[in-house]
Design a protein around this ligand. Structure first.
Ligand SMILES: Nc1nc2c(c(=O)[nH]1)N[C@H]1C(S)=C(S)[C@@H](COP(=O)(O)O)O[C@H]1N2
Ligand SMILES: [Mo]
Length: 347
């Protein structure tokens, strides 16, 4: 922590600021009511800015990177821990820097190869998931061959949220131009929160129960063919999706679904776990529609790799006549949820 110079309201509650103002005012001539009112307004404004800055800073500070999947164990790294590991510097142009496309930025970050040393794995691909559920997959071979980093700083400053921070995937384009063809601009994932080695095993939480792949396979398998709405890495034409009905999973978990309830779905990405804006589907539709937890895709019914947002994704059959209430509740794009981890019945 840096030591702070004196400021009028050093994270003190508003009341304390007022006392200080009153004291200062008491030193000279009595201030007019208008002056007092002005000072009061200034103090409130200062306080609001400070609280906002403090909160934002804390959010950036509390950011974590979770490493999971086919590794010996799950690892969570705090910003402080990442900062200590961030010894790799990359000087490169950045695709985000659109108004100064030729500018070379000096990034500091953690080499992914260093993070891979944390666990041995047979996996050949690493998938980075972002706060907004965006994802980018890079081959392990390239991650060991090139200094591809999770950057914390650019030009000596923390990467702001508006610039894709606090953690951003950075490719050394300038030194290794060949990387640009294989990993074009869209691979520079912003706001990275998870690094998945290979694909995780299925671990679906339903109420108090857990379902693994075997448990899901024991339920009735349903196959639909749909043009999917998942972002990135899926065919544009219709694809076969196989999985289990949400209502069957709830029944198997012994969860009852009241008439006036909804099922909330939570994915891996923080944006899909927002308590204030849950992804939910009304009980009526869960009962009457084929709303599936998908575990296999394509003509060969392959497992869904992390590269495509697997092992479990959410899908709705287009034959479903969804109720009006539902359409308002959850926009279609939210319903094509990737990395589904949890289901819960809510009012
Ligand atoms: N988390 C996150 N990262 C992301 C994206 C996104 O939507 N979310 N967009 C990608 C795309 S499509 C591009 S081209 C690059 C550059 O985006 P920019 O030109 O908006 O800076 O960021 C990539 N990183
Ligand atoms: Mo893009």
């Amino acid at each position: 922590m840096k030591t702070k110079k004196f400021s009028l309201c050093p994270s003190a509650p508003l009341a304390a600021c007022f006392c200080l103002l009153a004291l200062l005012a008491g030193c000279g001539d009595s201030p007019t009511d208008a002056q007092l009112e002005e000072w009061r307004k200034q103090a409130i404004a200062r306080n609001t800015t400070m609280i906002a800055a403090h909160k934002k800073n804390r959010q950036q500070q509390q950011w974590e990177l979770t490493i999971q999947g086919q590794t010996a164990r799950e690892v969570r790294l705090s910003m402080q821990q990442l900062d200590a590991l961030a010894t790799t510097r990359i000087k490169t142009r950045s695709p985000h820097n659109t108004n100064k496309a030729d500018e070379i930025l000096d990034y500091r970050g953690v080499a992914i190869s260093k993070l891979l040393e944390l666990g041995t794995t047979p996996a050949t691909e690493i998938t980075f998931v972002s706060f907004d559920a965006y994802r980018a997959t890079v081959s392990r071979e390239d991650l060991t061959k090139y200094p591809i980093i999770i950057a914390l700083e650019s030009n000596g400053k923390p990467i702001s949220r508006s610039d894709g921070g606090p953690l951003s995937l950075v490719f050394p384009y300038t030194k290794y131009p060949q990387l640009q063809q294989k990993y074009p601009d869209r691979f520079w994932a912003f706001y990275v929160t998870n690094m998945i080695v290979g694909t995780e095993p299925i671990q679906l939480r339903v109420g108090k129960s857990q379902f693994n792949a075997k448990a899901l396979d024991q339920l009735e398998q349903v196959t639909i063919e749909e043009a999917v709405g998942y972002p990135i890495g899926w065919p544009i034409s219709k694809v076969k999706l196989q999985g289990v009905r949400v209502r069957d999973v709830l029944a198997a978990a012994g969860v009852t679904l009241p008439e006036v309830a909804a099922v909330v779905f939570r994915g891996k990405a923080p944006a899909s776990r927002d308590a204030k804006n849950p992804i939910s589907i009304l009980a009526k539709d869960i009962r009457e529609c084929d709303i599936l937890l998908v575990t296999r895709w394509g003509d060969k019914l392959d497992p869904i790799p992390a590269k495509m947002g697997g092992p479990v994704t959410l899908a709705t059959s287009s034959t479903c006549q969804e109720s009006d209430g539902n359409r308002e509740r959850a926009p279609q794009h939210q319903r094509w949820l990737t990395f589904v981890e949890e289901l819960e019945v809510s009012k």
